[in-house]
Design a protein around this ligand. Structure first.
Ligand code: CAA
Length: 247
């Protein structure tokens, strides 16, 4: 029946791109239910209409992950609906790229607040549930940019923060059987990536030994593995899924 049978998940930013692929992959792997937390409700509704057959297992909740009250309400709604949360995927993320010397404080704060503080809020409200049951899986979506990328000081900082955050939560969560890992995608074919100027995109592909951009489902398969019982002794790691590219 699939490796995520009987599991209930929260996936943030599940409305498109890598998040949508994670939702699809979880359904393919037999998940019992997924709460998709998405800021853009119309986009998420379109995503659900694209799902085949499994829409009933998906609970769509509008949520700005950088707003703690909204996160608290969303987690309560997921609990009311499913009765438990076994898996949390912190995938919601934004970019506001510019050279650091031109970067506004607003652009810094916006990116840190969604990408890093959003994961903090979700973990703050989900970890007590996992601690009570003494079981849980958390996957935080970092990025190859965590290791430094021109034009992304805010994004890189948020994504590097997620690595330290994950490794710490893995150490603290171990005694309660809470497994925490990061996935750091390389350059992936998504709407987010479409903002990259052509000459920089060519450079990225040149620096990727597999010679192409990755596909969202190539990230989702790794997230599903890390969320499953197949990854029962794998914790505190950052898996770089980049076609061997480094920044
Ligand atoms: N290294 C060093 N210097 C560079 C540079 C580089 N790679 N690229 C540009 N510069 C320099 C330029 O030479 C220029 O110098 P001067 O000011 O002395 O002339 C200066 O930086 C500014 O360059 P631009 O005029 O091109 O600046 P801009 O403000 O128009 O654009 C940018 C800058 C927004 C960073 C643009 O180059 C850009 O979009 N880069 C891509 C960033 C990127 O890789 N984003 C990834 C998005 S996908 C994603 O984030 C998902 C994920 O997880 C990977």
């Amino acid at each position: 029946m699939g490796k995520l049978k009987s599991k209930y998940a929260i996936v943030t930013g599940g409305g498109k791109g890598i998040g949508e692929s994670i939702v699809n992959r979880f359904l393919k792997d037999g998940i019992a239910g997924i709460a998709v937390l998405e800021y853009d409700l119309n986009m998420a509704k379109e995503m659900i209409s694209r799902l085949d057959n499994s829409g009933a297992k998906v609970l769509l909740i509008q949520c700005d992950v950088s707003n703690e009250k909204q996160v608290e309400i969303a987690v309560s709604q997921a609990m009311e609906h499913f009765g438990t949360i076994d898996i949390l995927v912190n995938n919601a993320g934004i970019t506001q790229d510019s050279m650091f010397h031109k970067m506004s404080e607003e652009a810094w704060d916006a990116v840190i607040n969604v990408n890093l503080k959003g994961a903090y809020y979700l973990c703050k409200h989900v970890i007590p549930i996992m601690r009570n049951k003494a079981i849980g899986k958390i996957v935080n979506i970092s990025s190859i940019s965590a290791f430094g990328n021109v034009g992304q000081a805010n994004y890189a900082t948020s994504k590097a923060g997620l690595i330290g955050f994950s490794k710490t939560l893995a150490k603290e969560g171990g005694p309660k059987n809470i497994i925490v890992n990061c996935v750091a995608p390389g350059y992936i074919e998504t709407d987010m990536y479409k903002t990259v100027p052509k000459e920089i995109m060519d450079e990225h592909i040149k620096n990727t030994p597999l010679g192409r951009l990755g596909k969202p489902n190539e990230i989702a398969s790794v997230v599903s593995f890390l969320s499953s019982d197949d990854a029962s002794f794998l914790s505190g790691q950052c898996i770089i899924v980049s076609g061997a590219a480094t920044t």
